[in-house]
Design a protein around this ligand. Sequence first.
Ligand SMILES: Cc1cc2nc3c(=O)[nH]c(=O)nc-3n(C[C@H](O)[C@H](O)[C@H](O)COP(=O)(O)OP(=O)(O)OC[C@H]3O[C@@H](n4cnc5c(N)ncnc54)[C@H](O)[C@@H]3O)c2cc1C
Length: 454
Amino acid sequence: MKTNHSPWLHQLKKDRVSEILRSDIQTEVVIIGAGIAGMATAFFTLKNTDKKVVILERYKLAHGATGHNAGQVTSYFERGFTSIVEEFGLALASSAQKAIEDTWLLLDEIYTDIKSDIPFSRFIGHAGLSNKEQVLQHLKNNSLRRTAKLNIESMIISDTADFLDTIPNEYDGLYTLAPKEEIQSILEAKTTEFIAVLSYQKGCINSALFCQEILFYLEKKYPDRFSLYELTPISKILLRKNEVLLDAGHHTVAAEKIVLCTNGFEGFTIINDGGLEVNTRFHHMLSGTIGYMSGYLEAANKSPTAISYLLNAHKQPTDPYFYLTRRHYDYGDNVQYNLISVGGPDSALENHARYSHEHEYSDEMTKEIDRFVRHIYDIDPKKNIEYIFTWHGLMGYTKNKIRLIGPEPKNSVLLYNLGCNGIGILPSVYGGKRISEFLSGKKMEKSIFDIPVL
Ligand SMILES: Cc1cc2nc3c(=O)[nH]c(=O)nc-3n(C[C@H](O)[C@H](O)[C@H](O)COP(=O)(O)OP(=O)(O)OC[C@H]3O[C@@H](n4cnc5c(N)ncnc54)[C@H](O)[C@@H]3O)c2cc1C
């Protein structure tokens, strides 16, 4: 058995001292959770309002999903655009899609303001498709994107695919044809099973290191308006009409607004004083999946990339798939490497089970990832691949796999920016900006991210 050893946490400053809550405090906005959602929410709230912000983190900065992900920056959702259109209609679906794509600019805004210089690569990333159903599904998504005047993902289909003459005419202009070898080459795949490739803007960043940079900036820029308390778990949240009280162990925190940036799994009770039940509702909105990843180093002789591989067994847009990222990585001896990280296998967190980052990493997951790597990417059977990093992280899934961003309909003292849903870097940052707009009193347009009234 291996331990949970993440390459992202490996790069954090080891000697940073965590501040712990040592007295009762009062603030205007309290944020629970110091992952990318909490840090982005703090960043935009401090920048765009004059409110005082406190973040409370039960463990340490960025040690949740933010420190255990694949670090791919992508603008797609965990479900296809078509199904989002079916649920919300074209106008709302496309404004949400556009909002997430525009979040690249918000990421730039943060990166520039905090004067970060951590690696943040951008490139055209790819997804390999291996059957006709996947191809048609993505053509349908793209066709709707074209109708909505969104950017189109480019698609190349193998010129020998046996279903070319059954592709509906309405998809003309959404794909080109090329020899299968070209598709393999784009996907860097050593097998012949991929019959199409989808390409679009992607990037990669160490989102934990990014959070650390945001923290240093906020502490310096807003010494009177910002604090982060770590190792401070919240066990009870009491919502009143215009305030919230938090049980933080030995101390109490009072605030005007609370923003839950907890990914979903939090271990607290919510009491809505004098109002309708929020606690049960909240707990029914979320479920958990543990994602597993492994990573190894190789010479830094190829450029960064991010590629997803939808193997033949992948039938539904929500079925698991493998994803590989290659990025430049400093490993402590002043030599720059490429880190190849691969994810795909996952397991459901059973009802009420407690997830812990301390859980061991099962050998079965390493083997599954190794089988994939040797089948697709690094196929020399004699090559000894040493997975120096193996890690797992918890993804909080909302029922409809769309992040929850906004005020709780039953008591707007409470706001949410959570539900990581497997792809959450851009949505968390977008959520941070949107929450700051709610907090500043701006009238907000309806959105697919709104909290449902159940
Ligand atoms: C294996 C894996 C791969 C992924 N790959 C990608 C990817 O390639 N691209 C992408 O965009 N997204 C990816 N994601 C998702 C992405 O990492 C998350 O969406 C994002 O990090 C969520 O950030 P967050 O701040 O909402 O949650 P988290 O980072 O989990 O932060 C929540 C924080 O809340 C704290 N907290 C919870 N309860 C309490 C409490 N009671 N009191 C105090 N603090 C509390 C937790 O300790 C935690 O630090 C992946 C996730 C996983 C697990």
